[in-house]
Design a binder for this molecule. Structure first.
Ligand code: AKG
Ligand code: FE2
Length: 360
């Protein structure tokens, strides 16, 4: 990571290096169908899954949030979505189609490069940015059926270009443009959420001062035993808000509600947005950071881009006084550094870490 005052306040966590799943998957011939033991997740077969299409994830229209005629009703809908599902699809977000197509083309081209070329931006020891595997903290830990590229994207001063691909040549410009556009969308959502929470409209925006942002680009190769493996472990997002782009129209996201898993069918051109941990905590539990995971399939590769919007790293992680208004705080308050050290050490396991921060 770039060295700066900000980084000195963030702990470094040592991740264990593991081989590329894309390379591993390419070894599977017609006669060999078993994924290695470290990828086997017995829980997947046992879980109840509600298939996409048989329920409706809330859909929020950003154009309506902007329009004084509709904004009040749409803000109320947004508030319900954040409190009930912790997830919604965002349409009419204003990020134009052409840019989304370039984002999709560039990340697909990157993942299609030979492994050696992708390793030009491999994560370095103790770092988070780069291509490879993140969040693996022990040799015993179960592994996800995915490779990923992680980049710190905002503020620009925090970028470490060593990890930004130069192949395809358009990658850096495309992601620079994309990250700026997503900050704009996030800013608008934060204002609408503040209104829903009944606090001054700039309170959340100020908590997210500078709109720190990173992106995790996930590549899930086809898997010979999809019912036994997971593309991404059940987790909650550590950040404030996540805007997920489904890159190649292959679905795989599942979210947990009422002890069941719901398969999400991302609407074409929409972002699937979810509340992250720090926003659940800031809202004192009014909004919910929901467990989600990615499943894989036998025949199709899947690519997604999760855009993580974080609160300012210098601000405390804790319930906002404006929300608590002298009532009971439902979560502990801690520095951003302490909070993230705990998050990474918990190996992304479901909601365990969030539960440990709750005050009963
Ligand atoms: O790929 C997906 O659908 C989920 C990605 C995700 O949850 C993440 O990157 O945090
Ligand atoms: Fe996530």
């Amino acid at each position: 990571m770039a060295s700066s005052d900000l980084d000195e306040k963030l702990p470094s966590v040592e991740f264990v290096q593991v081989e590329s799943v894309q390379a591993l998957a390419s070894n599977f011939g017609a006669s060999y169908y078993e994924v290695p033991d470290r990828y086997i997740r017995p829980e997947v077969e046992a879980d109840t899954v509600i298939e996409k299409g048989s329920f409706e994830l809330p859909v929020i229209d950003l154009a309506k949030l902007r329009d004084s005629q509709f904004s009040q009703a749409e803000i109320a809908k947004l508030g319900c979505a954040c409190g009930d599902w912790g997830f919604f699809q965002l349409i009419n977000h204003g990020v134009d189609k052409d840019l989304l197509e370039r984002v999709k083309a560039d990340i697909t081209a990157f993942f299609n490069l030979p492994l050696k070329q992708k390793e030009a931006v491999a994560i370095a020891n103790n770092g988070i940015d780069g291509f490879g595997h993140h969040f693996v903290v022990s040799n015993e830990q179960k592994l996800d059926w995915a490779d990923m590229l992680y980049l710190t994207t905002q503020p620009v001063s925090e970028r470490n270009l060593l990890f930004w691909p130069t192949n395809p040549p358009t990658f850096r410009d495309t992601f620079d443009e994309y990250s700026l556009k997503l900050n704009k969308v996030t800013g608008e959502l934060l204002v609408a959420m503040s209104k829903d929470l009944g606090i001054q409209s700039d309170v959340l925006f100020n908590l997210f001062k500078g709109l720190p942002q990173s992106m995790r680009m996930n590549y899930y190769p086809p898997c010979p035993q999809p019912e036994k493996a997971l593309g991404l472990t059940a987790h909650t997002d550590g950040v404030g808000l996540t805007l997920l782009l489904n890159v190649n129209d292959v679905q795989g996201l599942q979210i947990r509600k009422d002890k069941m898993w719901f398969g999400v069918e991302a609407l074409p051109g929409a972002f699937v947005v979810n509340i992250g941990n720090v926003l659940e905590i800031a809202s004192n539990g009014k909004y919910r950071s929901i467990e989600h995971r990615a499943v894989v399939n036998t025949t199709k590769e899947r690519i997604s881009i999760a855009n993580f919007q974080s609160q300012c790293h210098l601000e405390t992680v804790g319930p906002l006084p404006e929300v608590v208004r002298g009532g009971k705080e439902n979560y502990k308050s801690l520095s951003y550094g302490e909070y993230f050290k705990g998050y990474f050490s918990a190996k992304l396991e479901g909601r365990n870490y969030m539960e440990s921060l709750k005050i009963n």
